[in-house]
Design a protein around this ligand. Sequence first.
Ligand code: FRU
Length: 488
Amino acid sequence: MKQILWNRKTRYRPYTSWSQHHIDQLRAHVATSPWRTQNHIQPFTGLLNDPCAFNYFNGKWHLFYQQYPYGPVHGLKSWHHLTSSDLVTWQDSQGQLLPGGKYDSHGVYTGSGYVEGSTLHLVYTGNVRDKFWNRHSYQMDAILNTENQVFKTSQPMIASVPVGYTNEFRDPYVFDYKKQRYCLVGSQTQNRKGTILLYKQTSHDFWQFRGHIQLPQVLTGYMVECPNIAFVDGHVVLIYCPQGLSRDVLPYENIYPNIAVIADDIDLVNRKLIGKVSVQQLDDGFEFYAARVTDAPDGRRLLISWIGLPEVNSPTERYGWAHCLSYVRTLHVRDHHLCLSPCKELNKLLSKHQQQNNASTITFNNLCGTAEIALKVQADQQICIKLHASDSTPLKVLIDTSIGKTVISRLTSHGFFEQRTGCFPAQKNIDLRLFIDESVFECFVDDGFLCMSGRFYPSAQPQSVIIECIKEIPCIDCWNLERSNDIR
Ligand code: FRU
């Protein structure tokens, strides 16, 4: 297909100026791509980034993700709408939140949703660039009705940046606490420190600025993106992306981290965390960013994330698309640590069960691109799980329970391995679940105490997995996963 020179002009062309022919050609190009997923949310064409509104509304799950559909680059962003009745099979909807208004001329940026009566509010950042390419950010409130139609409002819900902060002011997250409605906004102070701002809804259309959440400065880097708050198992969990966080605070290995700050409680009047405060990464794998949390009607706290990172390219771009979302995860706090385990609905996709017992070398074949490998690992055990695709090993997972360490290595397109390391309590029995979906892996150690996810780019579809251990494993299970997305 015709090469497009991606520059400011082409990236910000109005959607209406792109022809159907361009989209048709791009779709045909994407159809030739290896690495398309079978059950992770991926874009039809172009680039997918942050999950935005993720809410249970009108008897269904609704999820909007941010996208640029005309090429695999960060261009003029919009939100794309999906619905689901089970969190694993997603239907495409006609509803889209499109840019182009006075307050979102240069993109519909990240945000969240909240339900009020028979509407789902879609709260987002309107991104505007002026003629000098200076950024202006407005927090906007659109609505989705029960017919899945989107209506934008003409005025911002928060029209200006409070004094003392820069125009890096975005990603509103609305939540209810003690019968009051609040909004968090990711932001930056004039002296370039990251911060999370708090607003309170004091009347139907007025959000009052209350100040910033008082967090130790070492925890906020130079800019905070995508803040969330979740009330989990009697704890308060702030989840956000502190760009520029010092690696002395958390030894993360990616360009930017996505972290959880766990406290016993929060005082929203004084905007202070209460009691013990601990900090961790959400996921220690290669790509995990812009996670979004939500409440399920059955009381669970759920999370979904972008399996991608800002400023990081993907080899799929040469086929006209980039990135995907994670599986939905359930949140729990155990010993002041946030555990993220795959949502139970994923079990619905499991098929073609294979099992092996009492062996120290185990092979499972016929994966056809997808698998869940599940086992209990005893204390003082060392296991190596190698995925095979044609004659190469694109992914290796090493687990050593004697020292509480997991090392995941992936083969890069340059033929060498790069790795990520994660830690968990040593010297105990743990369970392990490793999911493979064509070019995505998600690994859960000790019921989600440690999660490691990312992409890998095999030279052919993954077909077999070999597990080697120093001691016999009593029982190991393997399933295929049914295809659950229609986005081919
Ligand atoms: C995070 C982010 C957000 C912003 C959006 C723009 O990935 O940078 O802060 O709203 O992406 O696409």
